[in-house]
Write a protein that binds this ligand. Structure first.
Ligand SMILES: Nc1ncnc2c1ncn2[C@@H]1O[C@H](COP(=O)(O)OP(=O)(O)OP(=O)(O)O)[C@@H](O)[C@H]1O
Length: 325
């Protein structure tokens, strides 16, 4: 079979590992056997707590650091060649901007370093910076400076845009404005991969969420799949007869059932339906419905009580159960 350009993933990591070996102290495994394929045009959020390995992963995709092991391709080639060809660019959390230049001068200056940059005015418009074009960088707010970094990243008109916590330190309004700008740009079919701590950002902007903890992927799915897995409600009831447990497990929308003596606890995305069956059909008593918060479940997915990562998805589910108890 002939592999076409279209078949090639935007990003492909196979069993990628990154170990840091500090001069003193133990080696740190920041990324541990990561398998990840991101198709062209996907918008993917990489979520995880501090130290999960998000930045290290994105740095490897950008060719800023090399993997210790495994296979990593960006648009079918090594990361550095992809960056050099202008196919990949990044908006990083920090990055030198010259304070005395205006916004337009900054974009013009950086544009002059590319062989075929996008027109400066187009880029200013895409980043929502037209009204600020003559403002000095030193007078721009943190959010505005971040939009300027975004404008610079658009200059090579990259196929893949990588953003590492692009809204860190912004207030709510600036964050909203930034994502509004990004949303407009995403309609152009660019692949966007961004790291964030904020579930709401991932939920609002990404189509797919990859959750990392301790260098592993602990969950990977569409935004709604992840939300369904980690959201929903807990219905608990007294039901001494365990004869209906299997039938309950098979009900649509039932994710999990646990029994402790006479009491069952069911995780479901349709608590009304489950409560109806329990009360009307099975004569259960003392039915109690409680919410499972997305944030709690996220914490359960990414870190267990002892600070260890769940090694696989089943374990992650188990941890949700444990946390829910
Ligand atoms: N240059 C380095 N030398 C040694 N250890 C490092 C280095 N860079 C990262 N690490 C370690 O690797 C692990 C993963 O770090 P990384 O920055 O990738 O996580 P992260 O998910 O991006 O975290 P954050 O959200 O805090 O930015 C951490 O334990 C970190 O301390």
């Amino acid at each position: 079979m002939v592999t076409t350009e279209q078949d090639t993933a935007a990003v492909e990591l196979r069993d990628v590992t990154k170990q840091f070996r500090p001069r003193s102290g133990q080696p740190v495994t920041a990324v541990d056997g990561l398998d990840l394929r991101i198709g062209r045009g996907e918008i993917v959020a990489v979520l995880g707590p501090n130290g999960a390995g998000k930045t290290t992963t994105l740095d490897m995709v950008l060719g800023l650091t090399d993997p210790t092991g495994g296979h990593l391709r960006v648009h079918g080639t090594g990361p550095r060649s992809a960056v050099a060809a202008g196919r990949v660019s990044a908006v990083l959390q920090t990055g030198g901007l010259l304070r005395d230049l205006s916004v337009r001068e900054t974009v013009r200056l950086v544009a002059s370093t590319f062989p075929q940059p996008a027109p400066v005015d187009d880029v200013l418009r895409q980043a929502g910076l037209q009204a600020l074009a003559s403002r000095r960088v030193s007078k721009c707010s943190g959010g505005e400076q971040q939009r300027l970094r975004f404008a610079l990243a658009l200059l090579p008109d990259p196929d893949l845009l990588v953003l590492d916590e692009p809204t860190a330190g912004m207030d709510v309004t600036a964050r909203r404005e930034f994502w509004d700008t990004m949303r407009k740009d995403a309609r152009n079919g660019r692949t966007v991969v961004f790291a964030t701590h904020y579930l709401d950002e991932a939920d609002a902007f990404a189509e797919r969420i990859v959750m990392m903890a301790h260098g592993h992927i602990v969950a990977d799915g569409t935004t709604s799949e992840i939300r369904n897995r980690v959201s929903g409600r807990r219905v608990a009831a007294d039901l001494p007869d365990s004869g209906a447990d299997d039938a309950l497990r098979r009900l649509p929308h039932v994710q999990h059932l646990r029994r402790e003596r006479d009491r069952v606890t069911i995780h479901t995305t349709d608590s009304d339906a489950v409560a109806r069956v329990l009360l009307s059909d099975l004569g259960a008593r003392d039915v109690e419905i409680t919410s499972r918060s997305l944030d709690d479940a996220f914490a359960a997915l990414t870190e267990d009580r002892h600070g260890r990562a769940p090694a696989d998805t089943d374990k992650a589910d188990q941890l949700i159960e444990e946390t829910a108890r």
